[in-house]
Design a binder for this molecule. Sequence first.
Ligand code: MSP
Length: 657
Amino acid sequence: MENKKRFYITTPIYYPSDKLHIGHTYCTVATDAMARYKRLTGYDVLFLTGTDEHGQKIEDKAKEAGVTPKEFVDRIVTGEKGVLDLWKLMNISNDRFIRTTDDYHVAAIQKIFKKMYENGDIYKGKYVGKYCKPCESFWTESQLVDGKCPDCGREVQDAEEEAYFFRLSKYADRIQHLLEDTDFLEPRSRVNEMVNNFIKPGLEDLCVSRTSFTWGVPVDFDPGHVVYVWVDALFNYTTALGFMNDKYDDYDKFWPADVHFVGKEIVRFHSIIWPAMLMSMGMPLPKKVFGHGWLLLDGGKMSKSKGNVVDPYLLAQRFGVDALRFFLLRTFPFGSDGNFSNEALINTINVDLANDLGNLLSRTVSMVGKYFGGTLPQQQAEDPEKDRELVELVSTLRSRYEDQMEHFAFQNALAEIFKVIGRANKYIDENTPWVLARDMEANGPRLAGVMYNLLEVLRISAVLLTPFIPQSSAEILRQIGACEACQTWESAGQWGSLRADVTVQRGENLFPRIDLDKELAALEEIAAQAKKAALPALEVEPQLTEKVDFDTFCKSDFRAVKVKDCQNVKKSEKLLRFTLDDGTGTDRQILSGIAKWYKPEELIGKTLMAIVNLPPRKMMGLESNGMLISATHTEHGEEKLNLLMLDDKIPAGAKMC
Ligand code: MSP
């Protein structure tokens, strides 16, 4: 055990400022697949994730919510449907979870900051520049794009305060060499981005403390200053191993990290600032930073207001956790951006999981049941001509898969597996088991050979799919009767590990087909409801500030009226025609655009309020003499109207004043 090869992998620690969406889930699911893959191949893996809980944005949001910052983050991290719940639901196998508000981390950050100060890499100065609050990023004037934050495009604020600085400029050459001449940062395209946009224009020293808010790690030797949130956050990768603290004792074992997976917008922090600070501390650098792309919605950033459902809880509940995990890694190349849509999600489930994998499993298991009572006979016949291509493809699958996985090319690794699954489905059609089964005496051994080959395809595929769809893979392996020894990485590279007289177990259909149109309509409805629910529950029109003089007001003649008759106006969707008793002895006709809210019959006999001295108006060829008074407001964005109903004991014609 002691000599096992080690692998340390991390995800960015999430800002608990809002609920997580499917984009956040993407990175964590990818990291999980990588961690599970490494464990499968025999590594002693440490997979770290966590939450990045300090900073002005959190302080502001907590204030808005009327709670302390700690209460605020606790709710999002440990509360119902919080970060921890989500990772549990998504079957994330992290070994450790760090919160930057944990005491051991806070104390370690203070020591780290002090050490960089003492070695002269942190000095006190004055910060004058721009600050992007949502990104918690400082920028110099020259780094802004059209005067806005180069990362998110939002407005930046002027900022000036006494602050500590980190001598980033001192490390510019070493960082440039690290990026250009080693494989430290991948994909390669990100290297050019970093060098051209940040290093070549000249690396400036970085402001690493703030005094304008308090929600952060205090600089212990200078009260009033809190450590810049990115310094606090980046060192999580080492404090979570026990660096400068006694909580853990894995620093020597696992540092340097094998890879940090990070989203593209935080590559700058991980590939420039992070190695520079580690250099300053005299610590080894992580072996690799991989900057993955973003999941986009309609080509832009994810936001709740868009039509597609991006709530991972809801998607997992409707489609299953494995289907969702699979979709994320099968559909988008990890290094590039990809467009998320409900349609793409459902299509991937239907094509790959239901049609190809699900079908292969259910056809094979049910044929073994039907033709052999569930247990294959020992006597099996090969047909080298017919079997060669399939057997060769499956036997070499592990090595092609491994090549892709070692390069974090999840999409390609999965494509390799599905090539084999597709080939196996074709193999069924080529060998027509149902024809062989017509003469079991003559063809029994050959039919058993065909079945065995299919079971082997399923076994090897399921083992290699384990990092992506752990629960489903286990179920496939159970259904095909794979013993423990045939579920290992070694056995995935060996054709023929399954025992000849294997017994299958029929099970549930793993991936039922989804009716695309029906499901899209249901998701659209859910998104519309969610959008509505996000609008204010109750809105009323603001009161008028312009005054009306009393005499003018008194000229309005409001009366109680009784509804004698009420009808829809032909060809009008809006209008109702009222015949009213206004106490004068002559019927009064009023037209009112309230058909959306009332059925005519429910108003007959009611006592309402009307203004009766408005000049007559024609609508749809009918004359309206006055106006019924109603109350209006908006509920979750929807206009509501209620007629003013009076006590029926008030006689028709009674004056309102
Ligand atoms: N707290 C920092 C990370 C500090 S690491 C020392 C942070 N947090 S975050 O919550 O804003 O983002 C967490 C991760 O989610 C980032 O890697 C980010 O790129 C990723 N994603 C957020 N939205 C995303 C998509 N729409 N698509 C893919 N990944 C996205 O940054």
